[in-house]
Design a protein. Structure first.
Lengths: 397, 296
C-alpha cells in the first residue's frame, strides 16, 4: 500500500519577513509587503516585494563566511529550507533525506554583475561570480550546508517550479525512495526578470490587484518557501497536514499566454482533486495563482468555474502580500495554504474591488477564521503552459 | 540505486552535425525565432517519436545543465545596450529552461505531465528518475531528453577557466521514448540508475561504482562500460572491463550522459555486442551518475 505523505515542517522568507511566524502575523493582519525597488539600480519604476534583509544580513544570520559572494537566491533558499528542517524537529539518524529545490533565476543576480564587465571587455569579469549561475548550483550548495546526503535535484518549469518540486518529493516518498524530502523553491529579484516582465508589458507600477476588474499586471517579488515532507514512520514535532493530491498538466496553447478556456489550469486542479479522492465540496480554500495580469486571472477564473461550477470554494491570491515570487511561488504559497489549513484561516486577497468580467468568481477580501478546514488547494502556473495544483488535507484522518 | 524497467522504443540525437530542420519544424518563422538549443532539441524529440512509430505520449520530461544560454545572453545584452528601454521580450520568453519541453508540448498539442530538471551534471538522470516514477505510477509512454548548447560565450568562459585544457568541448540533444512494458521494437532498456548526491572522486567513487556493479550482478564477461569520467578509464579497465570513453564522441557537457545512452543502445544493435552496458558519467566537477542498460 502506498504510504501517506505528511507535512512535518515549514520554512518561508518573503517580503513579509523572515520565518513562518512573520508570514502568519502579516497574513492575519492583512498587511502586504510591497513597495519600491531598492536592491539594485534600474530605470523601471517597479513596485516589488523585496525581502527586507540585505545579502550581508542574510549571510550573517546563516553563519556563512563573509568572504564569498552568494547569490541571493541561495541565501533566501537556505534560510527557508533550514527553518523547515529545524521546525520539523526530526532525528536524522537512519533516515533517507532528499532536497528538491526549484528556481527560475538561479544565480542571475550575480551573473548580471559579471556580464556587465564581460560585455565591456571579454577578458574582464570575475569568473568566480559564475560558479553559482546554473540553477543546480544553488541547490547543491544549500544541500551541502543542510548536510543532506541522499538525494538532490532542481526543477525549473518557470513559475510552477516549486509546486513540481513538492509533487516530486511526495511521489518519491510514496514510492519508498526517501523518508524525508525538503521541497519547495527560491528566487530572488534581479534586473533580468524586472526587465523581462516589463518587456512583456505585464508589470503594474501600482499595487497589483489580482482578480479585480481593473487589474493591470503583476508586481514581482522574491523569497523562498519549503515544506518538509515525510512518510508515516518519521516523527516530527507537528503534523501540519498531508499531501493528498497533485497534478501537473500543460495548457499547450502559447509559450507565455494562458488559454481563454483555462485548459491547463482546469486539468491540473481536476487531476489534483481526483487524486485526493475528495469531492469538490471538501476543498475549503484555494490559494490561487492570481498574478494580477489580465490573462492569468481570466483563464484561472474560467478554469475554476469549469471545475467547481456554482460552488467555487473560498479563494484568494496572496500575491498582493508578497508579489509574484516566480519559481518560489509554489513553495511560498504552499506554506500559506498549509498555514491556512493548520490554523483555520482564509487569507485575504488584497486590493480587490470589482469582480472580473470573464468569470463569475469573487475572492475573499478579509481574513476569515474558518474552523474545521479539511482540505485546501494551491495553484501555480508558469510560462510554457506548465500548470501544477496541489491538495493538502488535515493530518487527522 | 533505483531499479526500473524503462524500455526504449524510440531514440534520436544531434551532436556534431545538425540535420535539415525543415522536415521537423516546417514553420520558417518559428524556426528562425528558435535558438539553436531549441531547434536541436525540438527536432531530436520529434525524431525520437518518429523512430518509435509516433502516437500518443503520457509525459514529457527534460533535463538541461546549461539551459537556454543564447536567449539569456541576448536578453542581457539588450538590457545593457538599450539601457533597459524598448526591449524585445522574445529572448526573455525563450530564456527559461522549460522552453523546450513547453515547445514540444505545443507542437504535439500535448496537455499531459511536463517537467524540466536543471541540476547540472545529473539533469538528464533526474528526468529519467521522474520517468521511472511515472512508469511505476501507471503511465505508458514517456518522452525524455537531455540537451545543452555550447554557445560561443560559454565556450570562451570555460576556456578562461582552463577547462578546454582538460576536456573536449561538447554539446548535443538526445531524446528517447520510454515505455514501462516491452513492445515489439525495442532498442534496449534501462534497468538501474544511480545519482551520487555528493561530488566525490578517486577511491570513493570507485567504491560506489563497485557496489553498483555488485548490486546489479554485473560481471566483466558480459558487460561493457562507457565512461565519461576520464579519471576512471584506467582503474575500470584494470578491473577487467572493456571500457570506452564516450566523450571522445560528444565532448564535455552536462547532459552528455544522454548521448552515452544512445551510444549504449547502438552497441546492442550488434548481435555480437555486449549484453549490458554500464554508463558512468561525470560533468567536470559535478556529481557522478551510473546507469545500467541491457539488451532487450
Amino acid at each position: 500500500m502506498a504510504t501517506d505523505v505528511y507535512i512535518g515542517g515549514l520554512g518561508c522568507v518573503t517580503a513579509l519577513g523572515k520565518g513562518v511566524d512573520s508570514q502568519l502575523k502579516r497574513l492575519k493582519e492583512g498587511k502586504g509587503g510591497l513597495g519600491k525597488l531598492t536592491l539594485f539600480k534600474t530605470s523601471h519604476e517597479a513596485t516589488v516585494g523585496e525581502v527586507p534583509f540585505s545579502n550581508k544580513m542574510l549571510a550573517e544570520s546563516l553563519n556563512l563566511p563573509p568572504v564569498k559572494e552568494y547569490s541571493r537566491t541561495t541565501l533566501l533558499g537556505l534560510a527557508a529550507a533550514a527553518e523547515a528542517l529545524s521546525d520539523s524537529g526530526i532525528q536524522r539518524d537512519g533516515l533517507r533525506i532528499g532536497f528538491i529545490s526549484a528556481t527560475s533565476v538561479g544565480g542571475m543576480d550575480v551573473s548580471e554583475l559579471f556580464y556587465g564587465e564581460y560585455h565591456k571587455d571579454k577578458n574582464r569579469g570575475k569568473l568566480r561570480q559564475l560558479i553559482g549561475h546554473d540553477c543546480g548550483a544553488s541547490t547543491q550548495f544549500m544541500c551541502e550546508q543542510l548536510g543532506i546526503g541522499d538525494f538532490s535535484t532542481t526543477i525549473n518549469t518557470a513559475c510552477s517550479s516549486a509546486n513540481n518540486a513538492i509533487m516530486l518529493g511526495a511521489r518519491m516518498i510514496k514510492a519508498g525512495m526517501l523518508d524525508v524530502v525538503i521541497a519547495g523553491g527560491t528566487d530572488s529579484l534581479c534586473r533580468f526578470t524586472v526587465n523581462g516582465f516589463s518587456s512583456l508589458g505585464i508589470l503594474d507600477r501600482e499595487l497589483c490587484r489580482p482578480f479585480d476588474r481593473s487589474r493591470a499586471g503583476l508586481n514581482l517579488g522574491e523569497g523562498a518557501g519549503y515544506l518538509l515532507l515525510c512518510s508515516d514512520r518519521v516523527k516530527t514535532s507537528r503534523r501540519y497536514g498531508r499531501v493528498t493530491g497533485y497534478a501537473n498538466a500543460n495548457d499547450a496553447f502559447h509559450q507565455t499566454a494562458s488559454s481563454s478556456t483555462g485548459d491547463g489550469a482546469y486539468l491540473a486542479m481536476k487531476g489534483a482533486l481526483e487524486m485526493s479522492g475528495s469531492d469538490s465540496g471538501r476543498i475549503g480554500y484555494i490559494n490561487v495563482h492570481g498574478t494580477g495580469t489580465q490573462n492569468n486571472d481570466a483563464s484561472e477564473g474560467v478554469a475554476m468555474k469549469r471545475l467547481f461550477g456554482g460552488s467555487v470554494p473560498p479563494f484568494s491570491s496572496t500575491k498582493g502580500f508578497t508579489g509574484h515570487t516566480l519559481g518560489a511561488a509554489g513553495g511560498v504559497e504552499s506554506v500559506f495554504a498549509v498555514l491556512s489549513l493548520y490554523y483555520g484561516f482564509i487569507w485575504p486577497n488584497l486590493n480587490f474591488r470589482n469582480r472580473i468580467e470573464e468569470a463569475d468568481v469573487t475572492p475573499v477580501t478579509r481574513c476569515v477564521k474558518a474552523g474545521n478546514l479539511k482540505a485546501v488547494m494551491t495553484n501555480s502556473f508558469g510560462f510554457g503552459g506548465n500548470c501544477t495544483s496541489l491538495v493538502f488535507e488535515s493530518a487527522k484522518i | 540505486m533505483i531499479r526500473t524497467n524503462l524500455y526504449i522504443t524510440g531514440m534520436a540525437g544531434i551532436t556534431r552535425e545538425e540535420p535539415d530542420y525543415k522536415n521537423y519544424i516546417p514553420d520558417a518563422g518559428l524556426r528562425r525565432r528558435m535558438s539553436r538549443v531549441i531547434r536541436m532539441s525540438v527536432a531530436s524529440a520529434l525524431m525520437a517519436l518518429e523512430d518509435s512509430g509516433n502516437g500518443k505520449i503520457d509525459a514529457i520530461v527534460t533535463g538541461t545543465g546549461w539551459g537556454c544560454l543564447a536567449d539569456t545572453e541576448k536578453f542581457l545584452i539588450s538590457i545593457l545596450d538599450n539601457s533597459e528601454r524598448l526591449l524585445n521580450p522574445s529572448s526573455f520568453i525563450q530564456s527559461t529552461s522549460n522552453t523546450i519541453g513547453a515547445q514540444i508540448a505545443l507542437m504535439l498539442e500535448d496537455k499531459h505531465y511536463n517537467s524540466t530538471y536543471v541540476h547540472g551534471g545529473s539533469s538528464f538522470e533526474s528526468a529519467l528518475l521522474d520517468a521511472a516514477l511515472l512508469v511505476s505510477e501507471g503511465k505508458k509512454r514517456i518522452l525524455a531528453g537531455g540537451f545543452d548548447e555550447l554557445t560561443p560565450t560559454k565556450s570562451h568562459l570555460l576556456e578562461r577557466m582552463g577547462m578546454w585544457k582538460k576536456y573536449i568541448p561538447g554539446e548535443g540533444s538526445h531524446f528517447f521514448v520510454l515505455e514501462g512494458e516491452r513492445g515489439e521494437h525495442v532498442h534496449g532498456k534501462i534497468s538501474a540508475l544511480e545519482i551520487i548526491p555528493h561530488v566525490t572522486d578517486g577511491e570513493e567513487i570507485l567504491a560506489s561504482l563497485r557496489r553498483f556493479l555488485a548490486d546489479t550482478g554485473t560481471e566483466t564477461s558480459s558487460a561493457e562500460i562507457i565512461c565519461g569520467d576520464h579519471k576512471l578509464l584506467k582503474p575500470l579497465s584494470e578491473m577487467g572491463f572493456n571500457v570506452k570513453d564516450y566523450k571522445q564522441h560528444c565532448g564535455e557537457y552536462p547532459t552528455a550522459s544522454a548521448c552515452a545512452l544512445r551510444q549504449a543502445l547502438m552497441a546492442f544493435r550488434d548481435q555480437k555486442g555486449p549484453e549490458r552496458v554500464i554508463i558512468v558519467s561525470k560533468y567536470i566537477n559535478d556529481v557522478s551518475t551510473f546507469m545500467l542498460t541491457e539488451r532487450s
